[in-house]
Design a protein around this ligand. Structure first.
Ligand SMILES: [Zn+2]
Length: 373
């Protein structure tokens, strides 16, 4: 039920600075100098080799003393505790996240546990994690555990598009899936408190709408540019939509069914499904959201056309769980309807049974769309 506590204040929150461009890492020293001199740099091995060495060199040239933390792959409590201890030992004075959503979400938790500021340097535009004051935490087996909230957003978000363009196009497409949910979910959650605990402002609604506009205009073109490793204006626009607009839009606008169903899906034990990215599972959640919103067939087609053009999954089969039983889908639906889930932000009657039918209905429209000549 929307707004059970009758909140009346509107609230909008964001990082203090957002910087994006093809030489952002090279200039990192300039943007991070106000934080301190001894960062804990969290990155996994692969990302460290792609961008971490260059970042470390840029920071060392500006007299920073960098402590390296090797991220193990899951945003779990154990991982966070291990790096927090290392940060303490080395007396770091701020935290730098370099990588994808899980590295970023872990770094935010580490910084919070250390009582320090965090700078986020995303190396992919695959999620809306960089700008928000929350982390999505998972169990070591990859199952969704809970959201963790912080009192402030990352201070600086620095996106180097010359690095982001080197990531596989699938990452940008997954980011488009995540960002495409922003406006739909915010629209559905417009009368509920957002992640900051206040009602959505006019600006967060405008950001959600702009985000969607950019994705429909440039989404396909940006993925093609990514394939050619070309940093074009369309690519820059979609990186901004996936990172800044989607991040601000979901946090201050609110989430609804697409993300709740994503969270429910993570509990299905299936290898192919677990190889799917956050935004790919959210993409199927978008189709479910549209079904619950009672969207017209032509409106659903508009979203499916964009999703297909960037190879986002739109059926259970494309997620690798075409053979899921009704019992399994009932479990997904009931998890999507867990007491703290964002599905309760929606302006309509929700029950696990209604969500179960929406999942089946979404899969049916997706299959019909794919079968068209
Ligand atoms: Zn998301």
């Amino acid at each position: 039920m929307p707004n059970p506590n009758r909140v009346t204040e509107k609230l909008f929150q964001s990082p203090s600075k957002y910087i994006q461009g093809p030489s952002a890492i090279h200039n990192a020293g300039k943007y991070l100098s106000s934080f301190g001199t001894a960062p804990l740099l969290l990155a996994d091995e692969i990302v460290y080799n792609i961008a971490g060495k260059e970042l470390t060199a840029a920071l060392e040239a500006s007299n920073f003393k960098v402590t390296r933390g090797i991220f193990g792959g899951e945003a779990s409590k154990d991982e966070i505790a291990q790096h927090t201890a290392r940060g303490k030992q080395n007396k770091v004075d701020f935290v730098v996240a370099l990588g994808g959503g899980k590295t970023i979400d872990s770094a935010k938790a580490i910084a919070d546990d250390l009582g320090l500021q965090v700078a986020v340097l995303p190396t992919t535009a695959s999620t809306d994690a960089p700008c928000s004051a929350l982390s999505v935490l998972y169990r070591p087996n990859g199952e969704f555990e809970h959201y963790r909230f912080y009192s402030s957003n990352p201070t600086v978000v620095l996106v180097d598009t010359s690095v982001v363009v080197k990531a596989p196009p699938r990452f940008l497409a997954a980011g488009i899936g995540d960002a495409l949910a922003t406006n739909l979910e915010a629209r559905s959650a417009r009368n509920s408190p957002n992640f900051g605990g206040g009602l959505p402002t006019e600006v967060s609604a405008a950001i959600g709408a702009k985000c969607e506009e950019i994705l429909f205009k440039y989404g396909k073109q940006a993925v093609e540019a990514n394939k050619a490793k070309a940093v074009t204006p369309a690519f820059e626009a979609v990186v901004e939509a996936n990172t800044l607009l989607s991040g601000l839009g979901f946090e201050s606008g609110g989430l609804a069914a697409a993300h709740a169903i994503h969270n429910g899906l993570t509990a299905i034990n299936n290898h192919t499904l677990h190889t799917k990215m956050h935004g790919e599972k959210v993409a199927f959640g978008i189709v479910c959201q549209l079904i619950l919103d009672n969207a017209s067939s032509s409106e659903i087609d508009r979203y499916l056309t964009l999703m297909k053009s960037v190879e986002l999954p739109m059926t259970l089969g494309e997620l690798g769980i075409g053979g899921a039983t009704d019992e399994e889908l009932h479990r997904v639906a009931s998890l999507a309807c867990a007491p703290n889930e964002t599905i309760w932000n929606m302006d309509r009657v929700i029950t696990p049974e209604i969500v179960f039918h929406a999942i089946k209905g979404a899969d049916a429209v997706g299959r019909e769309f794919l079968a068209r000549p």
